[in-house]
Design a protein around this ligand. Sequence first.
Ligand code: ATP
Length: 270
Amino acid sequence: PSVLRPVAIETPTVTWDAIGGLETIKYILQESVEGALLYPELYRQMKAISPRGILLWGPPGTGKTLLAKAVASQARANFVAVTGAELHSRWVGASEQAVRDLFTRARQAAPCVIFIDEIDTLFPMRGGTSESDSGVSARVVGQLLTEIDGVQSCDNVMIIAATNRPDMIDPALLRAGRLDLQLKVDLPDVTSRLEILRVHNRDRPLAADVNLVAWAVRTEGWNGAELALLCNQATLQAIRRYRMQGLTNPTGMCIIAADFEIAYQFLLER
Ligand code: ATP
């Protein structure tokens, strides 16, 4: 048995339309990955080679985890998630075992997406000299390369890694046949911010005075996670406002422009 926490197998339910913006990336993922997971026989017969591994890179909170989950859920595949740091163990051999276990679990759960978040944390010594590392990184990367190279197209296993620090990644991982599809997930522009705001308010009762276009303009430089937080804070503020009037029945309640304004100030002052 592994000395590390066993990886949990999830079945995510993230639809493509729950992700605002990122149209090109969504298209590429749908085309190249989902198809291969959904129709392995078609790809095999046609001798098509689809990417085995993908690197999603870019600033935090931009939807990398959401994209990986959308691939899995839309391809009706299982999903196992780990972080680079979780694969580290100071016990000799345990890190390699953890990587082996991860891939074994994924093969058993095929079709399956392996998501390695913060893959840069596999390489702590690249940021400086780390005394405690003592070769763990080199061994764990070696094992990871072996496992990725060992994935056959018939295994129906796809590896998606995410990072904010692509410069920290061992180039050997990015070579052909490994994480060879590299997609930049950028901060949303004004149009994408509007879409993200719409996604997060789709099922919420918004008053007519809430102008999401204006909010998209005002949130220049914000990421998707911050936009999601704004919408939730506004919702919490609306509830607070009603409760102050002693109201707790949600029927007819709505989120008004003033709630967004208070939420925005709250987030700015945080
Ligand atoms: P990190 O690099 O910090 O792990 P990430 O890029 O993986 O971040 P996610 O975990 O996918 O980001 O996003 C965090 C949350 O922010 C999501 O659960 C979602 O609520 C919101 N979010 C981020 N990007 C988007 C987007 N493009 N559309 C809708 N929601 C988004």
